[in-house]
Ligand binder design. Structure first.
Ligand SMILES: Nc1ncnc2c1ncn2[C@@H]1O[C@H](COP(=O)(O)OP(=O)(O)OP(=O)(O)O)[C@@H](O)[C@H]1O
Ligand SMILES: [Mg+2]
Length: 288
């Protein structure tokens, strides 16, 4: 059985880069991995394929009136299977057909990926794809964020939708909030404190690094282009933590959505802290 793992995040926070590096770290250790991009632009898996986007299932479906796993799954770095659903109208239909085909195609257990990672950045993907993937037994859900307040507000909206979706049916276990692109102790504390206030926890932490941009320009993941770098270490550690969570089956706390007032008050407290820091009323360490 494959473990289906979902990653959400506000557009632009670095979700695709992060998942691609996790996929690369997992195949490197011998797991079979499939990464499914669910965004219309179909660019989730490009750095696993030399920087080139693979054709989307939605386009294939439009052109041929049917999908075929063999025609649409592209093999990327060290055998990662890359699939792009493409724009959502056809993407949802394509996802359904994909599930049907993988059941009917007689893929032996041995040929199935150990992990299927879904890149669901953007809030539309959440409502469009969550349910079909949940029905197939989604194992864990993660939310990726940077330390911008707008991204954390989007995380709060994602939590609200997850809470709502979990009301009528069993919720997908929440693995954690993954901080990405973190460049100083303020950003680290800011995201950790948000996790604390929403009764959940962060998992791993990926620093902001120019190396990520450099590798992107080479069309590669950090794992591929800079395997011995410290940045690669952060991605590998995160991949290990995800494997541990998927194996331990320990159900974590579901996040608690903040009300609009709670979110405002929380933001204001941080504004006061930053004000105190900027004006030398407290030193950096004491303020956070
Ligand atoms: N840890 C990091 N340090 C520095 N740059 C990063 C980091 N993570 C991602 N980036 C850069 O941020 C940009 C956006 O990344 P990415 O395409 O992964 O975001 P996304 O959330 O998937 O966006 P979209 O909403 O378009 O799908 C890229 O240029 C990527 O190289
Ligand atoms: Mg993306």
């Amino acid at each position: 059985m494959s473990d289906h793992i979902l990653f959400y995040g506000k557009g632009g926070v670095g979700t695709s880069t992060l998942i691609s590096n996790i996929s690369a770290a997992l195949v490197e250790t011998g797991f079979k991995v499939m990464q499914v991009g669910c965004a219309p632009q179909g660019d989730s898996t490009s750095i696993l394929n030399g920087g080139i986007s693979v054709p989307t299932l939605a386009d294939h479906l439009r052109k041929h009136g049917r999908i075929s796993i063999a025609d649409t799954v592209h093999t990327g770095f060290k055998g990662v299977e890359c699939l792009e659903l493409g724009d959502s109208g056809n993407g949802e239909a394509a996802l359904e057909q994909l599930f049907e085909q993988s059941e009917l195609s007689g893929l032996g257990e041995a040929a199935r990926p150990d992990y299927v990672l879904y890149d669901l950045s953007g809030e539309h993907s959440l409502s469009a794809y969550h349910e079909p993937i949940r029905q197939r037994g989604a194992k864990l859900v993660y939310v990726v964020t940077n330390a911008d307040f707008t991204s954390l507000s989007a995380v709060n909206r994602i939590y609200a939708t997850l809470e709502h979706l979990g009301e009528a049916r069993p919720a997908v276990p929440f693995g954690g909030l993954i901080p990405n692109g973190i460049s100083n102790s303020f950003e680290e504390s800011f995201v950790n404190d948000f996790a604390h206030h929403t009764k959940t926890q962060t998992l791993g932490q990926v620093p902001r690094s120019l190396m990520v941009r450099q590798c992107e320009l080479y069309g590669k993941t950090v794992i591929e282009a800079a395997p011995l770098s410290t940045q690669a270490y952060y991605y590998r550690r995160l991949a290990n933590q995800i494997v541990d969570q998927a194996n331990s089956l320990k159900i974590k706390n579901q996040p608690r959505t903040l009300t609009a007032d709670e979110l405002r008050n929380w933001a204001r407290e941080w504004a006061d802290r930053l004000y105190a820091m900027e004006n030398g009323l407290v030193s950096d360490g004491a303020a956070i």
